[in-house]
Write a protein that binds this ligand. Structure first.
Ligand code: SF4
Ligand code: SF4
Length: 331
């Protein structure tokens, strides 16, 4: 939700955007036009990375305003077939794998089939796993310029998770965490269970098994998902994980607030631009000496792994890095 009362039109959001190359004057001008109901060029050029929500020092959420305008105008020009393909996710079979009654549930949203290997390990033993249409958070609609559909689906999503009658739900998919922690508040939807991010869950598991960890002395880059921009405070758990594992996160150009999108949201409407962004991202990791790129989002992983391998940067999902350190399996 854009908070107009917090925005002083400083222009910092759009002048910091990695994809626009705006000076401060242009950034202020386009923000003013947006706030006044107009549709400046940023509405079409935006890659929907959500970074400007994180950058805004006033917490005004400029991306949410841009996203609203994208929905009103259709400026992103998303091909109908891409929209229909995404909407097919509502037809995924719902599955519930019962775990121990006293353990939390983990929501795999619509990524279950993409992450079976990443789930093979002792961390997740005994958890109730749920996935499919009933547990689809739908946050991905923001990348299609349709935030209204996220709002439309949120009460159903929360209701289905609540019906599991668990005190705690762990979100495997970063989108679900952002949806439950941020979007529900904006929509006034009560969430009657504790929401735990995968990083927090993994960090706690590692702390309990500290003596079993064999340090992994490698240099890594991290690929943050777009959804992390809604609630970057949980990234402190990632730092804990890296410390516990003994890996070093390289200080690279495209990290933190300046991180780049994996390119997935752009593939359908501007493939050449998406490839350019992907290359910039992976080359930056190479230049800064990263031996591996660590992933949280399955979509980022699928979208960047080939390029990473071509550049000798090993693509590694966060859970697999941990299993390697615990001697459970190689990555
Ligand atoms: S949204 Fe935030 S960063 Fe952008 S102009 Fe308004 S106050 Fe400044
Ligand atoms: S969402 Fe990303 S691409 Fe769009 S204006 Fe904000 S920073 Fe730029």
């Amino acid at each position: 939700m854009f908070y107009a009362e917090k925005c002083d039109l400083c222009g910092e959001c759009l002048s910091s955007c990695q994809y626009l190359n705006y000076d401060l004057e242009r950034a202020k001008r386009e923000m003013e036009e947006l706030v006044n109901g107009g549709c400046p060029p940023v509405v079409e050029s935006c890659v929907t990375c959500v970074a400007c929500n994180q950058v805004c020092p006033k917490g005004a959420n400029p991306f949410d305003l841009i996203n609203e305008r994208q929905e009103e105008t259709g400026a992103l020009g998303i091909p109908e077939e891409s929209f229909e393909k995404f909407a097919q996710l509502h037809n995924l079979p719902t599955m519930v794998f019962e775990g121990d009654a006293d353990k939390p549930a983990m929501n795999l949203c619509i990524v279950g089939s993409m992450v079976r290997e990443q789930l093979e390990g002792s961390f997740f033993n005994g958890l109730t796993m749920v996935e499919g249409a009933d547990y689809f958070c739908t946050l991905g609609y923001v990348h299609l310029g349709r935030p209204g559909l996220v709002k439309e689906n949120m009460a159903r999503f929360v209701k289905n998770l609540t019906a599991l009658e668990k005190d705690e739900i762990i979100c495997f998919h970063d989108d679900c965490y952002a949806a439950l922690k941020v979007k529900t508040k904006e929509y006034g939807i009560d969430v009657p269970f504790k929401v735990t991010h995968l990083f927090e869950y993994i960090a706690n598991q590692l702390k309990m098994r500290k003596d079993e960890i064999k340090p992994v002395r490698i240099k890594v880059a991290y690929q943050a998902p777009c959804a992390s921009r809604y609630c970057p405070e949980k990234d402190r758990f990632l730092e804990e994980i890296f410390d516990l594992l003994g890996v070093t996160r390289v200080h690279r150009k495209y990290d933190g607030e300046n991180g780049l999108c994996c390119g997935a949201p752009l593939m359908a409407r501007d493939r050449a631009r998406a490839l350019e962004i992907k290359l910039k991202n992976v080359e930056d990791a190479v230049e800064h000496g990263a031996e591996a790129m660590i992933f949280l989002c399955p979509m980022c992983f699928l979208n960047l792994r080939k390029l990473c391998r071509e550049r000798n940067v090993r693509p590694v999902f966060i859970s697999e890095l941990c299993y390697h350190a615990l001697g459970e399996k190689d990555y």
